[in-house]
Design a protein around this ligand. Sequence first.
Ligand code: ADP
Ligand code: ADP
Ligand code: MG
Length: 445
Amino acid sequence: MFKRVLIANRGEIALRIIRALREMNIESVAVYSTADKDSLPAMTATKSICIGPAKPAESYLNQDLLIDVAQQMGCDAIHPGYGFLSENAEFARKCEENGICFIGPSWQLIEKMGDKQSAKKLMLENNVPVVMGSDDIVRSSEEAVKVAAKIGYPVIIKATAGGGGKGMRIARDEDELLKELTSAQAEAAAAFGNGDCYIEKYIEQPKHIEIQLLADKYGNVVHLGERNCSVQRHHQKLLEESPSWGLSSELRAEMGETAVRAAKAAGYNSVGTVEFIMDASGNYYFMEMNTRIQVEHPVTEMLTDIDLVREQIYIASGRKMELRQEDIEFRGNVIECRINAKGPGTVKVLHFPEGLGVRTESSLFEGCTITPFYDSMIAKIIVHDRSRIEAIRRMRRCLEELVISGVPTNIGEMYMIMNHPEFVSGNYDTSFWEKNKESIGAVDI
Ligand code: ADP
Ligand code: ADP
Ligand code: MG
């Protein structure tokens, strides 16, 4: 097992990883930018070290520096968390070359699955349903027009290196396609250093249903059920729940088996998520695979009582997975709300909800400052209860109890969602936010 692990991340996920490491008697090294000097990860890790200025490129994304620090500090592994370098094959390869274990899949797998278009090809070859679209990257406007005419409008233009909902455009006719293609390519080039885009049929009013997987290095793969992440703003998830409305246990098992087949086809070996898009008739299609721990992993942890970060670390260290599919049970209902800051500020009063079936993941504390440099998510509130309606009531209570003063947040919007009839019905799709944002009282900035 590892002796000391460097966490190449910040915020709530860095704290989450420190917690897992402590429970496993593994030492942790937190790295922080000057903006995160007074942060909980820096204060609670076994050791912590400043790695540079606030700008991510000069700190949390500085690959060579991170590897140097890991070596200087005597770390035998690096946990990348989510975002930042978590899906960067080059970084994972550098770790390997320097004798440091990258806690995630091998760099070859990140490369294979991280490129969305090549992942889709692999899925097609293994009888996993994929969304209809271009067979490859579209290199010219003429090609794009041809593909779109074949699959029919509306279409969605997607960056093959994309993530975090960026670089995506919907086109309802040829004019829009021609206009959006260039801007999607430019956005992708700026955000991911790769402007390659492909085209897919745009599924109307779809549900985002994803399957959590655990796979070890010996070919054992299990699935841990689904998460419904259909409440999204600009293609980014706002809240997640499990089980999902309208998914029979047969369909859940079938989607789970499809995801397991996908992982086995890739030779996958870590935690990972297969994201599906589901149309109004319940047909589902592979969208992408995330080869990392996800923001919403606590939903599955609360439902199954399995510590995914701990499992991920065991797997990376070469342990054989003891879990079998038949051992995995899904109990009750879980909902997670992502609490986002809507601007910078200093937290004056902070109170997190507590009580039975409540979990908070956050690195906030009274007096801490929210800076504009990083992701706006500042806390996750997760509730568990016996039924969906009880989980909703519990979440309402938690949002009433939650106090974060001094920083503008989306707590009010989350509360409105919990009281919205369409959300309460359980039968909502990714159009929910756009359709209801006024009634939710959202100021869409
Ligand atoms: P998840 O996929 O875990 O449900 P998100 O899509 O919100 O959650 O992504 C988690 C974080 O990682 C966000 O901060 C997002 O901006 C960032 N992220 C995800 N993929 C990429 C990527 N390819 N490049 C840069 N940032 C990314
Ligand atoms: P990212 O890497 O940014 O997470 P995804 O490929 O997972 O990108 O897509 C993000 C979201 O965009 C999905 O959850 C879904 O809401 C929407 N989306 C993506 N592809 C399609 C599609 N073909 N039809 C309809 N919506 C889509
Ligand atoms: Mg995605």
